[in-house]
Design a protein around this ligand. Structure first.
Ligand code: VIB
Length: 231
């Protein structure tokens, strides 16, 4: 079994938990609430900035043009295309996308972005790929399952979101990352492989937690008191 197959198998329970999370099931049946959509988009906008920075660290660790191109394509994709699913969520929530940008990170988004940036800054090329991989991997799995099980038509409120992740060229790009991860794992030391696996598993857990953060409207536990103005 290849290294990437081992990782996929070890994370299978997390992939399933993501699909079954009420956030995704709310996308499936079209009932996800406005506040949850808004919280998700605010946090995800910042998350996308961080994953582009992680891809950029991947370029700094690359010596082959094909690897640089792989990361560069992902950065362009996030900049130019990942906005579509966000716009779908904003339209359902009845808000403008521009109004949801530049918000402070909630705890889980803080955790996930630091995890990606820390591993990609300090790690090897293999570690960069391992830490960013769960992002496209889990969304592809969710999208494909939703397309199969919900089979939405254009009247479904989340038709664009579901088809963006479930029916697209993402798959082609994913296989490049998987193939490269396997090559790098084969040449890596046992210790490096262990770190790659750990980064991958933690990113998978944080993908689940990201849905949970949005669903529960997670925020920092201690907030400034809003005192009523009295006169
Ligand atoms: C927390 C979080 N995880 C994954 C995605 C989906 N996504 C973001 S970038 C990318 C790959 C681009 O090559 C994919 C699939 C998201 N939006 N938010």
């Amino acid at each position: 079994m290849s290294f990437s197959q081992q990782l996929r198998e070890e994370a299978d329970h997390i992939f399933n938990a993501c699909y079954n999370h009420p956030f995704i099931q709310g996308i499936a049946d079209g009932t996800l609430g406005k506040e949850q959509l808004i919280h998700y988009v605010k946090q995800d906008f910042e998350y996308l900035n961080a994953i582009m920075q992680a891809y950029a660290f991947g370029i700094t660790k690359s010596s082959r043009r094909e690897d640089m191109e792989m990361f560069n394509t992902s950065i362009s994709f996030v900049l130019n295309s990942e906005t579509h699913p966000h716009v779908n969520l904003c339209n359902v929530a009845g808000v403008k996308y521009e109004d949801l940008q530049g918000y402070p990170l909630a705890p889980t988004a803080q955790h996930y972005t630091r995890h990606m940036l820390n591993a990609s800054q300090s790690g090897t090329l293999g570690e960069v790929i391992a830490v960013v991989l769960p992002c496209p991997y889990i969304y592809l799995d969710i999208g494909e399952r939703l397309v199969k099980e919900v089979n939405p038509d254009t009247s479904h409120p989340f038709y664009e979101w579901i088809t963006f992740y479930g029916v697209q060229t993402e798959e082609v790009r994913m296989y490049k990352y998987l193939k490269r991860l396997d090559e790098l794992a084969e040449a890596a030391t046992e210790e490096e492989r262990k770190r790659m696996k750990e980064h991958f598993m933690i990113s998978c857990q944080l993908e689940y937690m990201f849905f949970d953060m949005a669903y529960t409207l997670q925020n920092w536990p201690v907030q400034k008191q809003c005192t009523a103005v009295s006169n």
